[in-house]
Structure formats: structure tokens, C-alpha cells
Ligand binder design. Structure first.
Ligand code: SDN
Length: 145
């Protein structure tokens, strides 16, 4: 008789995390930065690139995303962040560690999709009265290794 492994995440929680990511990344790709930032805790930390300073708090996250996206001003680009291989592990303090593969796909009108960067997302999620929220997100880029 197999014993239940303590590190196995219940399927319902796994599905909630997928649902959370789907809405969150559609906010980002739709340039709804306030909504994206609201998926973090009030004191959440977000580092989208190894060479960027971590942004702290929801206002700081919005400021960082507005600043980052200035490079696309006047450029009719659609970026989409594709998540796959969501690996969840319960942390000792009740939080949830999530490690995810992510590809950023870029398309311009009439153009072909370009895929870059290829990333790994290192998240810490909390599950409380407001549902799932990100305590921290750190993104590593494969070209830096
Ligand atoms: O929020 C993310 C991001 C993200 O915000 C990214 C940004 O620029 C703003 C979740 C998962 C992955 C990512 C990846 C990136 C890539 C990063 C740098 C770039 O596109 O050059």
C-alpha cells in the first residue's frame, strides 16, 4: 500500500495556482499593471531580470513595469508570457514555493512570433483570506547561465 507523500500538493490547490497564473499573466500582457501588482502581497517583492533592482510593494511593482515598458513606446508589440511545468512545494512556514518555466513570445503586426527570453520563475505564494497572493517573484533568464 503506497504511503501518502507529505510534499504532494492537493490537485485542487494546483488548479487554483494555474487559475491564478492565467489571470495574472493576462493582466501583465494586457498592460494592466495595477491588477498585476494586486496579485502580490502589500509588501511583495518582484525582480523580473537578474540585472534589475527588486521592486518592493505594489506601487513599486507598478512603477517598475511602467518604466520597463517604456522601451516599447510607439512599437505595436504584443508580448505573451507562457507558463509551463509548474512545480509546487509546500514551504515550512505554510507558504508555497512554485518554480515555473516561462517563455516570452513577442509578435508585431504581420510578423512571426519571436521567443525570448526563456526564463525560470521562482515564486513564493501565500494562501490567506484574500486567496492566493505572491510574496515574492524572482525570474532567472537562461541566457545568463
Ligand atoms: O512577470 C513575469 C515576467 C516579467 O515580468 C518579465 C519582464 O521582463 C517584465 C513573469 C514571468 C516571466 C517574466 C519575464 C519577464 C522578462 C523580462 C525581461 C525581458 O523581457 O527582456
Amino acid at each position: 500500500m503506497p504511503t501518502s507523500k507529505p510534499d504532494v500538493v492537493p490537485p485542487e490547490l494546483y488548479a487554483r495556482v494555474q487559475h491564478f497564473y492565467a489571470h495574472q499573466m493576462q493582466h501583465l500582457d494586457g498592460l494592466r499593471f495595477d491588477e498585476y501588482a494586486a496579485t502580490f502581497t502589500e509588501d511583495g517583492v518582484f525582480q523580473h531580470s537578474p540585472d534589475a533592482e527588486p521592486a518592493r510593494g505594489r506601487d513599486g511593482i507598478v512603477r517598475e513595469l511602467v518604466e520597463f515598458h517604456r522601451r516599447f513606446e510607439g512599437d505595436p508589440v504584443q508580448r505573451r508570457h507562457w507558463f509551463n511545468h509548474i512545480a509546487l512545494e509546500p514551504a515550512d512556514d505554510g507558504a508555497l514555493r512554485s518554480t515555473v518555466y516561462a517563455l516570452v513570445v513577442t509578435v508585431r503586426p504581420g510578423g512571426r512570433p519571436e521567443t525570448a527570453p526563456s526564463c525560470v520563475v521562482h515564486d513564493v505564494l501565500t494562501d490567506g483570506p484574500d486567496g492566493l497572493l505572491l510574496r515574492s517573484r524572482r525570474i532567472t533568464h537562461d541566457q545568463h547561465f
